[in-house]
Design a protein around this ligand. Structure first.
Ligand SMILES: [Zn+2]
Length: 303
């Protein structure tokens, strides 16, 4: 799928009506087309004369509802608000908190703003679940949150690294995709993470942690780095950069988050990180994720 590209300020000025929001969701739903009948594949449709959120196949009369099978399903929030929220989540590096979203979009309820953001995060999480890391992967455990408040969470983080050749012909490493799993750093959880998120036989670089050195189905290499920053920069540079930036983001934008919601926040952070080289397509990629995600209920999100 070729995603459209648009600068953030243009996106916000273009997204000015419910009609425009609907049009963009239809296009995202049918991968750039206005209609594809899920039943017969025909592309000609009638617009429902009373309900602009329904299109009917001209051939087999199948009706497609715009919000069905998307994260907007059963939501009463205008689609313009939804799309502006997705836009604000994907702009820049910092995303947006529920409080800021409520103020920016003039929403009456903080709870609705919170639910919107969590449904978007869940869609982004589902989209990233499709990919598997490959090549050389840095893997490490981290602890998020404060010990004093009992709100600490253990997390496993992996970042794939690739070599590229710069203009002077020098070989340089760069980070590819990242994946995160909220789980204790023990052998069992780490193996589950590796089996779910890594391609078989990938190379995995870790520190000397006993739970990470004997992983199966991958080729593990390790160096004991302790907390020496120079060693960390040399051996596991990307995974540590990812962890420290993610921690700063949790504190900076969200002023800390509850342990039970951490994985959703990290899914949002990871989605942006994984597409950082193509910021102008980020909104449309996220919209695609939201339109194709399995819908979740608010109760499921609130745990
Ligand atoms: Zn049809």
């Amino acid at each position: 799928m070729n995603y459209p590209r648009m600068k953030f300020c243009k996106l916000l000025s273009e997204l000015d009506s419910e009609e425009k929001a609907r049009a963009w969701i239809w296009l995202a739903k049918f991968d750039g087309k206005e209609f594809i009948c899920p039943q017969c594949g025909n592309e000609l449709y009638w617009q429902h004369h009373k309900n602009p959120e329904i299109r009917e196949c001209k051939k087999c009369h199948f009706e497609v509802r715009l919000r069905a099978h998307t994260i907007f399903q059963k939501s009463k929030t205008p689609l313009l608000i939804w799309l502006r929220a997705i836009c604000l989540v994907t702009q820049g590096k910092r995303g947006i908190s529920a409080l800021e979203l409520q103020a920016d979009l003039g929403m009456k309820s903080y709870g609705t703003a919170w639910i919107l953001l969590h449904k978007i995060r869940e869609a982004l999480r589902q989209r990233d679940e499709i990919y598997k890391l490959k090549n050389v992967i840095e893997l490490d455990g981290a602890v998020f949150g404060r010990r004093q408040t009992g709100n600490q969470v253990e997390v496993l983080v992996a970042v794939e690294t690739k070599d590229w050749i710069d203009q002077k012909g020098r070989r340089k490493p760069k980070a590819g995709f990242a994946k995160v799993l909220v789980a204790k750093e023990n052998k069992e959880e780490a193996q589950k993470f590796v089996d779910g998120a890594f391609q078989k036989n990938s190379m995995v670089n870790t520190d000397g942690s006993p739970s990470l050195v004997h992983l199966e189905n991958v080729d593990v290499d390790y160096q004991v780095v302790g907390s020496d920053p120079e060693m960390l920069d040399h051996w596991l540079p990307w995974v540590h950069k990812f962890i420290s930036n993610a921690k700063s983001w949790i504190i900076g934008t969200h002023h800390g988050v509850e342990a039970k919601y951490l994985s959703q926040y990290l899914a949002e952070y990871t989605f942006r990180f994984n597409r950082r080289h193509d910021p102008d397509s980020l909104f449309f990629r996220a919209l695609g994720a939201c339109v194709h995600a399995k819908p979740t209920t608010s109760q499921a999100l609130c745990g």
